[in-house]
Write a protein that binds this ligand. Structure first.
Ligand SMILES: *Cc1c(COP(=O)(O)O)cnc(C)c1O
Length: 390
């Protein structure tokens, strides 16, 4: 794992001036001494020193060879898919991020790239779902919003035996908690919009490659397709990295407390948090992560959309919004927000019940957060009572 000292000192002092903060090179082009004679930079889509600093930092933090910074997490995912060719297949985790599902289904299907989904928490399912055309295995661990965990090392082994690339979306854990390349992954992607940025103030994506060769291909795609991260947003992600260790540590402490509180609450049906002994993949999570992250999901005994809506509209500190991983606590109702486009039956069979609520536990005093949830949950009871009367 990347500890606080590694994280803070992964950020270099500017060799030119000694500036302790990384300079923002807000430029489109670089003056050349003669045609083709330059200082290693010719055009800012291809290379920018601020972006390049972030790319080196993330490569180091994930233990990879090369990093590439993109305009969003989805642009990072898109770049990885572009390693493939028409006729190739992706084998993906069934509880995949909705935006990745949309990209695969509505963009890449028409270019002849097929995606098969399986429950990757069971390694046997992965073995069974591989076809001769499978060229990429796509994992998220933990997943969104039911926090499923897949055994990255075991699946990496299977991928290697079959000559298949393994890419892990490490957004929920961040390199502070989990380093998939050390577990055998070929590629890691991040929505740096979340924990790496950490302040809910930017959209950014990162790809890290375990080998120089794949790193070169991703860099070629980055320049050829052009979805680069701006110098200013690169700087914001770098600044986020400085406090990533401290933030994530506290997110985990707060989330564990909130999860334990919810687990004993009479209005709650299920709590999804890999740090709970009751989580079906707790052991695997404990093996591959140094702690369990800041996201907690739960369902209500009164499993209705109405009850969940009453709760999410009643919190004061947990703000109702999509996204996660920032300093401020957020909550959302996937059935009517992030997962709205998935048919109800498919959504429910994936564990996203009508009353499921996802918390991104922030850095406020945890006692205040628990009090906030306590008073909001009374609204769920009220709703149940009303329903009983009607
Ligand atoms: C948000 C998110 C993405 C997409 O990232 P954007 O920065 O919003 O494009 C991808 N994967 C996961 C797990 C996410 O949470």
């Amino acid at each position: 794992m990347s500890n606080a000292t590694t994280l803070i000192h992964s950020i270099p002092v500017d060799p030119l001036t000694g500036s302790i903060s990384v300079p923002i090179y807000q430029t489109s082009t670089y003056v050349q001494e003669a045609p083709g004679v330059n200082k290693g930079y010719d055009y800012a889509r291809s290379n920018n020193p601020t972006r390049e600093t972030l790319e080196k930092i993330i490569a180091q933090l994930e233990g990879g060879k090369r990093g590439s910074a993109f305009a969003s997490g989805l642009a990072a995912i898109d770049a990885v898919v572009k390693l493939l060719q028409s006729g190739d297949e992706i084998l993906a985790v069934d509880d995949i991020y909705g935006g990745a599902f949309r990209l695969f289904t509505h963009i890449y299907a028409k270019f002849g790239i097929k995606v098969n989904y399986t429950d990757t928490t069971d390694v046997v399912n992965v073995i069974d779902a591989i076809t001769p055309n499978t060229k990429l295995i796509w994992l998220e661990s933990p997943t969104n919003p039911t926090l499923k965990i897949s055994d990255i090392a075991a699946i990496a082994k299977i991928a290697k035996q079959n000559n298949i690339l393994l890419c892990v979306d490490n957004t929920f854990a961040s390199p502070a908690l989990q380093r998939p390349i050390e577990l055998g992954a070929d590629l890691v992607i991040h929505s740096a919009t979340k924990y790496l940025g950490g302040h809910s103030d930017l959209i950014a994506g990162l790809v890290v490659s375990a080998s120089e060769e794949i790193g070169e291909q991703i860099k070629f795609i980055q320049n050829a397709s052009g979805a680069i991260l701006s110098p200013h947003d690169s700087w914001l992600v770098i600044r986020g990295v400085e406090t990533l260790g401290l933030r994530v540590k506290q997110h985990c402490i707060n989330a564990q407390r909130v999860a334990e509180y919810l687990e004993q609450h009479p209005a709650i049906d299920k709590v999804f948090y890999p740090g709970l002994k009751s989580h079906p993949n707790h052991e695997v999570a404990a093996k591959q992560q140094s702690a369990f992250g800041g996201i907690v999901s739960f369902t209500l005994k009164n499993d209705t959309e109405e009850a969940a809506k009453n709760v999410v509209c009643a919190t004061k500190y947990f703000k109702l919004a999509e996204s996660l991983g920032g300093v401020k606590s957020l909550l959302c109702h996937p059935a009517t927000m992030t997962h709205k486009s998935i048919p109800a039956e498919k959504r429910q069979s994936a564990g996203v019940a009508d009353s499921l609520i996802r918390l991104s536990v922030g850095l406020e005093e945890v006692e205040d957060l628990i009090k906030d949830i306590e008073q909001a949950l009374q609204k769920a009871n009220t709703s149940a009572e009303i329903a009983a009367i009607i």
